[in-house]
Design a protein around this ligand. Structure first.
Ligand SMILES: Nc1ncnc2c1ncn2[C@@H]1O[C@H](COP(=O)(O)OP(=O)(O)OP(=O)(O)O)[C@@H](O)[C@H]1O
Ligand SMILES: [Mg+2]
Length: 336
């Protein structure tokens, strides 16, 4: 039988998560491309009487980046914690690589990389020591772990910080390090809980760019986020969830087409004449009091008409975005 014997990684410009088998051939993974990497069926999670995840079903295809979007408290973390085996399933089923998480968790664990929402680094240990400790969970010997860690640090532009203590790193470096560490076992599936929350634009783009490179290498990625630009850029398919339920599923563009018109017009401080104007039009409209939001397929035409007939201080015509879909489905009120 052919064995995976080594992780092969290009230097400098990036990582190539290619493995080399005993015949010296490179290949990406031994993952079965004919079946979904994750199947979640009628998944439920309760905490006491509280239902955090309520009958959630979805599947993730190989090589896909699949996003779970939702406001604070939607149930994103509760869902993925069950997928990476951190939290027991209340009811329902999860299959990862076709294996049942309830009975074959050990096999699954060896093939997934997990980056939790919270920073799980040991602050007193150095960057490289954090890799070493983590590698022990996968029974990776020290020499192999150090070699892989060096390559991963290079890929995530952290090699200068190899001997710094984790507590001395900036927030962006910590996040990159946690993602890098999650790759120590050459996972076929990378699970990221809010990979870029709290990062500045530079750090976010740096993380996105690395994740895109991993995706190009064939890595399957499951991530949670409440950043719409992150989801739109990285995800092939996503679900929007709230109150433990999936509200919508599809590609970013298909969700925009399905739930929004092509254009959105936003009018600040609308007066009664403007409201009356829209009463006659058969356009979908949201009246927030201080702001009118019009969802339409004829944005340019209506915008011109408004400009010609009204002296509006602020009237903006723009394309519909994933954020509009998100707000439409999950509402505009603040969460705790
Ligand atoms: N261990 C727990 N015990 C009790 N309730 C919990 C527990 N973990 C989560 N919850 C509750 O379940 C709900 C979903 O939480 P979860 O962490 O899954 O949300 P989330 O979508 O990841 O939110 P965020 O965007 O803030 O990370 C919340 O109301 C939360 O308070
Ligand atoms: Mg969360």
């Amino acid at each position: 039988m052919l064995k995976r014997t080594n992780l092969y990684i290009d230097n400098f410009q990036g990582i190539n998560i290619r493995t080399i088998n005993s015949r010296g051939e490179y290949f990406m993974t031994d993952i079965d491309t004919t079946q979904p990497v994750i199947v979640a069926r009628n998944l439920k999670k309760t905490f006491g009487v509280f239902q955090a995840v309520d009958d959630v079903s979805f599947s993730v295809e190989p090589g896909q980046c699949f996003g779970i979007l939702g406001p604070n408290g939607a149930g994103k973390t509760s869902t993925i914690r069950m997928i990476y085996g951190f939290s027991p399933i209340t009811s329902g089923d999860i299959f990862v690589f076709g294996l049942d998480i309830k009975t074959q968790y050990r096999k699954i664990k060896a093939r997934i990389g997990v980056c939790q929402q919270d920073n799980t680094l040991d602050p007193d240990l150095t960057v490289i020591q954090n890799f070493e400790v983590f590698a022990r969970y996968f029974n990776i010997d020290k020499r192999t772990a150090l070699a892989k860690a060096s390559e991963l640090l290079k890929f995530f532009a952290l090699e200068q910080r190899r001997d710094a203590r984790a507590m001395e790193l900036s927030g962006g470096m910590v996040r990159r390090l946690v993602i890098a560490r999650a790759l120590i076992n050459q996972p076929d599936l990378l699970i990221l809980d809010e990979p870029t929350t709290g990062l500045d634009p530079q750090s976010r783009h740096q993380v996105w760019e690395r994740l895109e490179r991993l995706k190009k290498q064939g890595m399957t990625i499951l991530l949670t986020t409440h950043y719409m630009d992150e989801a739109a850029r990285l995800c092939d398919t996503l679900v929007i969830m709230d109150h433990g339920k999936i509200l919508a599923q599809g590609s970013p563009q298909s969700l925009i087409s399905e739930y929004m018109g092509a254009h959105i017009i936003e009018i600040a401080e609308p007066d009664d004449a403007l409201r009356a104007f829209f009463l006659d039009k058969n356009e979908r409209l949201e009246d927030l009091g201080h702001r009118l939001i019009i969802y339409t397929e004829n944005g340019h035409e209506i915008y011109r008409e408004i400009c010609n007939r009204f002296t509006q201080k602020s009237c903006v015509l723009r394309s519909a975005s994933l954020e509009d879909v998100f707000l439409k489905l999950t509402g505009r009120e603040l969460r705790e």
